[in-house]
Design a protein around this ligand. Structure first.
Ligand SMILES: Nc1ncnc2c1ncn2[C@@H]1O[C@H](COP(=O)(O)OP(=O)(O)O)[C@@H](O)[C@H]1O
Ligand SMILES: [Mg+2]
Length: 252
């Protein structure tokens, strides 16, 4: 895909975030372009989830700014942030389904909350998104009847049912076997191709990362230490930060 066509969709500019004396980011700066899949890598506890949460206003940086299109998220009221969040789906590390509701009701829930649809339209939307995640005709199942990988895909169906512009995938393949991992990677690509979604994908899974990434970014030393197009990764010199991370030789 062509990157850098037009202004960035999302911009982190000099973001600093700390919890008490625990400084997570001192100067986080990165642009995310419309329609790209940006893979975010980094050691455990380096702030990848914090970065995503700052973007949707669940956490507030101490300084710096975060932009969505030409709107500054970090300068918005909570009500304004909630409006923006409508366009940004956050696929959490653990897909938390409502255990007492059917698959149908789980996916219908955000549709009812945000859109004015008839029951027929909701039914169609649920079926469409179940098909998208490769789980057609499972509407009447209860979460307890599903495997971990299936639950995860239902969580995804729920997240994408609102047809977001941006999807934040926080370790979407952690704990999945290779075939479910591949399914998720294919789904990320499908969201990009069919819905023109922009994705930020936090993952440790190099197979999934290499399948979906347009660019790869590394969180290290309290900032985005490196970002480059996927094709350039192979040509990185041995000992470069990102190569060392991928090869497991970077001191974290
Ligand atoms: N709400 C919070 N309050 C205090 N500390 C937090 C909070 N959220 C995250 N942290 C801390 O921020 C650091 C980065 O967390 P996180 O973004 O979850 O890491 P990861 O890169 O593994 O996703 C960790 O040290 C974590 O303990
Ligand atoms: Mg995390």
């Amino acid at each position: 895909m062509t990157l850098h066509a037009g202004p960035p969709l999302i911009r982190f500019e000099g973001v600093a975030k700390a919890f008490g004396r625990n400084v997570i980011f001192s100067d986080l700066t990165i642009d995310v372009f419309n329609g790209e899949n940006l893979v975010i890598m980094g050691g455990s506890g380096t702030g990848k989830s914090v970065m995503l949460k700052c973007l949707i206003g669940l956490l507030t940086p101490e300084s710096g700014s975060i932009w969505y299109r030409d709107e500054e998220i970090t300068a918005m009221t909570e009500v304004e942030q909630i409006q923006v969040r409508r366009h940004i789906a956050y696929v959490f590390q653990q897909a938390a389904l409502f255990d007492s509701m059917t698959v149908y009701e789980n996916i219908a829930y955000p549709l009812r909350a945000h859109l004015k649809l008839t029951e027929d339209e909701i039914g169609e939307r649920v079926a469409l998104n179940l098909a998208r995640v490769g789980m057609p005709d499972t509407e009447q199942l209860m979460p307890a009847q599903l495997s971990g990988g299936m639950r995860k895909r239902i969580g995804l169906a729920r997240a994408i049912a609102l047809e977001p512009e941006v999807i934040l995938w926080d370790e979407p393949t952690t704990g999945l076997d290779p075939s479910n991992t591949r399914r998720i990677a294919e789904l990320i690509l499908k969201m990009q191709a069919e819905l023109k979604c922009t994705s930020l994908v936090v993952t440790h899974d190099m197979t999934a990362a290499m399948l979906v990434a347009d660019r790869v970014a590394l969180v290290y030393d309290r900032k985005i230490a490196s970002v480059l197009p996927k094709e350039r990764l192979a040509a990185e010199p041995p000992g470069s930060l990102i190569k060392s991370f991928v090869e497991g030789t970077l001191d974290l």
